[in-house]
Design a protein around this ligand. Structure first.
Ligand SMILES: [Ca+2]
Ligand SMILES: [Ca+2]
Ligand SMILES: [Ca+2]
Length: 419
């Protein structure tokens, strides 16, 4: 029995020592003074120049009862300004404020608040104040401290609580808003018509909340950065573009390298129309002449380009701008197709004009190659008429009267066919 007592007692003593050590390790913090924590919430956030944002000063009382407090807060007044300071619910729904001091030059806010009525501990975690700030439009980018420079709290017995832990916050100012654009203008407006040597001005208005850095004009996949800039308007000029359909777009960034761009845009330059004037003996129209009678052929194109004059499909003259053939006497009996034509090119539409020269005898009045009753009918219809120059074909001998002599000539050739 005696031997067994120490054998049992030694472990018991050891357990007591271990228990004491455990109690010592766990009870010391419980016995220490409570430590409220005051924090800027959110601890960090990112905003843009010109943006308005809010933070709250949150206090976790750590079991204490809180009857009143005094906040001193600091911010960088060169980058932001405080718009408002609103009391929170830490000291109840309607705390008594005192000593609100807002200094947007020094960058400080001071506010004292006290609970109305008595305080029953513990006070739950709550908001001391909400502070709303607006970032200056020209604030440099960077991270700015939002400091609780001092926070004092009184307990339910109006005794100051010591050992308050402070968690400061910060706000990062970064421009994340790309430039915006408007008023995309082309002069001349699309679609337009080809004009040699024409200037084409493309312009756009670009704005940014901070500053535009670069505007790029991309035309047919080629970037142009040497733009003309007047105020917010950027422009680029191209000269002497060929007719066609072009694609362009604009790119732009700000000084924080936020990019924006327009969609692909089209610019259309249509071919310019051309005209050709074809004169037979100085008149625009068909012509009937006697065999061997000379005829003047004249064609003019509206632009200085190669013009071809052909007779019955065979080119008889190819010149720049105009073709003149005078006293042509080589045309056989019959109708002849006289055509002036311009094939066109990339910038100009093609064009042509055709008139007919019919070579026949005077007694083939209707110039159809046969002397028959139709010619006789035409003559009869104009019987006894007095004519003047240029004499109509039914005055066959061109003597100023449609009479029996003309009839005699027609009768002499009645029934002839020439082609
Ligand atoms: Ca921007
Ligand atoms: Ca006839
Ligand atoms: Ca006559």
């Amino acid at each position: 029995m005696r031997l067994r007592i120490p054998q049992i007692g030694l472990p018991v003593v050891g357990a007591i020592v271990v228990l004491a050590m455990l109690l010592g390790a766990t009870t010391i913090p419980v016995l220490a003074n409570p430590s409220p924590i005051a924090s800027v919430s959110p601890a960090s956030q990112s905003v843009g120049p010109g943006d308005t944002f809010s933070i709250t000063i949150v206090v976790a009382p750590d079991g204490e009862g809180l009857s009143a407090g005094q906040l001193d807060f600091a911010f960088d007044a060169t980058a932001m300004q405080v718009d408002s300071v609103t009391a929170g619910n830490l000291f109840g729904a309607n705390p008594t404020p005192a000593g609100l001091d807002l200094d947007n030059v020094a960058g400080t806010v001071s506010l004292a608040l006290a609970r109305k009525g008595f305080t029953t501990p513990p006070t739950p975690t709550g908001t001391f104040a909400t502070i709303t700030l607006t970032v200056n439009e020209d604030a440099p980018e960077g991270t700015y401290a939002l400091d609780i420079t001092n926070l004092r709290l009184a307990d339910e017995t109006f005794v100051e609580i010591t050992g308050i832990a402070i968690n400061d916050g910060a706000v990062t100012i970064a421009d994340e808003m790309p430039p915006t654009y408007s008023t995309i203008i082309t002069v001349p407006a699309s679609p337009t018509v080809y004009v040699p040597g024409q200037n084409y001005t493309f312009s756009i208005t670009v704005l940014d909340n901070v500053a535009v850095e670069t505007v790029v004009f991309q035309f047919e996949g080629v970037n142009h950065t040497n733009l003309t800039n007047v105020g917010d308007v950027y422009s680029y000029q191209l000269t002497d573009l060929a007719a066609g359909t072009y694609t362009y777009r604009w790119y732009m960034n700000d000084t924080s390298d936020n990019w924006n761009s327009t969609p692909n845009l089209g610019y259309i330059i249509n071919q310019a129309a051309t005209t050709v004037t074809l004169l037979l003996n100085g008149v625009e129209g068909d012509l009937v002449i006697d065999p061997g009678e000379p005829v003047n052929l004249s064609a003019t194109l509206s632009i200085p380009d190669i013009l071809t004059l052909s007779v019955d499909g065979i080119a008889v003259g190819t010149e720049m701008g105009s073709v003149e053939l005078e006293n042509v006497t080589t045309l056989d009996l019959g109708p002849h197709n006289v055509t002036a034509s311009y094939p066109g090119d990339g910038n100009y539409t093609g064009t042509s004009a055709t008139h007919w020269v019919t070579v026949t005898y005077p007694w083939d009045i209707n110039a159809d190659g046969t002397v028959d009753f139709i010619d006789m009918t035409i003559l009869s219809a104009h019987w006894d008429e007095v004519t003047t120059e240029p004499y109509p074909r039914y005055d066959l001998n061109r003597d100023g009267t449609v009479n029996y002599i003309d009839l005699a000539i027609l009768s002499a050739h009645m029934g002839e066919t020439y082609w």
